[in-house]
Design a binder for this molecule. Structure first.
Ligand code: C2O
Ligand code: CU
Ligand code: CU
Length: 432
């Protein structure tokens, strides 16, 4: 803590080498290490302060994905940290328990910086979540899983060039979980909570176990769902998170995989964009006897309730051509619009292309009101900050802007497929 009572985190962004596989080490970037960064954990109501030092020889930034905070602390392209410089954002955490993450956001370079290894989880706890009998022992039955696909060249170096004919950018054929290739986890409890983050640049995952067992989805981007949803498959597009609880049998070995995914289209385009790929994600090896002390409560968080609110403004966004929203490409000097603090807006978002996009908004968590006029499926029933956009479908998203205003510094909204984001599929808004 510092003298103001804030909890202080020191983060150093650095270049290094990581031994992912035998042979030559891979040149990577990391935070307080050579690949990825530490999990940051804070409680609702706590003040957090960071000293972030950029020791790279180019500018970068650290953005707090999913966090409700002042625009000047957001870590987007307007808060770039020059080489050798330090950035010291500080704010009070004020949102429900959730699994958020942090990653760089320098203008036009986000994809490269994330691919090199800059990312980490940011877990928020609150009184309600701590009072629940959910699995919550970090690393034992509450396990962060940063899932990323990588392509290594013949010399073990990261190759971030877009796959031939891919509309999405890089698709790797090897999976890292928390920076480990071929990972396994030793299960010691019957129930395990996995905090899944799709930390990939472009791949859509369709998570499911090798034996198609069911698991409980308990939380999405912005926090706990109203109640658990039993499923055997869960899709996450880049930037999305989910918390699931899985039951294991004593002595068993079982793989978590990514199965062929539904991108909303099929045929050659789907194949080129990885929709048909099968990948092993992580192996789980259960001990001969498993502790059994937790459960999945039937009631979890509070349901989003913005659907009954007065709507101050409706806006529509059309993502198209792999680099634009409503026909415009990202321009650091153009603020697209201003929203009023304290109001609820409904944004209607359409993927006008024939392949996948997704849609992320900074500063807020939103409620998916409808998908093509229908009530959202269970995995979209909770608070979200990133949602997959199936081609040609319309998503109505309700969000409230609160607490922080800044007439000059914008927040971003964008496709989280990083090649699209970096190509200009991003816009900026201010809260007034
Ligand atoms: Cu995860 Cu604008 O970012
Ligand atoms: Cu973000
Ligand atoms: Cu996109």
């Amino acid at each position: 803590s510092d003298s103001s009572g804030a909890r202080v985190f020191n983060l150093e962004i650095q270049a290094g080498e990581t031994q992912f596989k035998s042979g030559r080490a891979t040149e990577t970037w990391g935070v307080n290490g050579t690949y990825l960064g530490p999990t940051i954990r804070a409680r609702r109501g706590e003040e957090v302060a960071f000293a972030i030092r950029n020791t790279l020889d180019e500018e970068t930034s650290i953005h707090w994905h999913g966090m409700h905070l002042p625009a000047v602390m957001d870590g987007g392209p307007h808060q770039a940290v020059s080489p050798g410089e330090e950035w010291a954002p500080q704010w009070t955490v004020n949102q429900p328990a959730s699994t958020l993450w942090y990653h760089p956001h320098p203008h036009g370079q986000t994809g490269r910086h994330v691919y090199q290894g800059l990312a980490g989880m940011f877990i928020i706890d609150d009184e309600e979540s701590e009072g629940m009998n959910l699995p919550s022992e970090y690393g034992v039955d509450d396990v962060p899983m940063v899932v990323q696909d990588k392509k290594f060249d013949g010399d073990n170096q990261l190759d971030d060039r877009a796959a031939f004919m891919s509309m999405q950018g890089i698709l790797g054929d090897e999976i890292l979980v928390n920076g480990t290739l071929g990972p396994y986890f030793e299960v010691t409890t019957r129930l395990v909570r996995l905090r899944l983050l799709n930390g990939s640049n472009s791949r859509l995952y369709n998570f499911g176990f090798a034996d198609d067992r069911e698991f409980s989805l308990i939380a999405t981007d912005g926090g706990l769902l109203p109640g658990p949803w039993e499923t055997d498959r869960l899709q996450l597009s880049p930037g999305e998170r989910a918390e699931i609880v899985v039951a294991f049998e004593p002595g068993e070995t079982i793989d978590l995989r990514s199965h062929p995914a539904d991108e909303g289209y099929s045929g050659p385009l789907g194949r080129l964009n990885g929709a048909e790929d099968r990948l092993d994600v992580c192996r789980f090896q259960a001990a001969e006897s498993l502790a059994d002390e937790t459960e999945v409560p039937s009631e979890l968080g509070t349901a989003p309730d913005l659907d009954g609110e007065d709507v101050a403004e409706e806006r529509s966004f059309k993502l198209s051509g792999f680099n634009s929203i409503n026909g415009d490409q990202m321009d650091m000097a153009r603020i697209d619009f201003g929203v009023r603090e304290g109001t609820v807006e409904v944004w209607e978002v359409t993927n006008a292309d024939g392949y996948m996009h997704n849609f992320h908004v900074h500063d807020v968590q939103y409620q998916v009101l409808t998908v093509d006029g229908e009530a959202p499926p269970p995995q979209l029933a909770g608070w979200k900050d990133t949602v997959q956009l199936v081609p040609q479908r319309k998503y109505r998203l309700a969000m409230r802007f609160s607490d922080y205003t800044d007439p000059n510094l914008p927040y971003m909204y964008h496709c989280h497929i990083l090649m699209h984001e970096d190509s200009g599929m991003m816009g900026q808004f201010v809260v007034l």
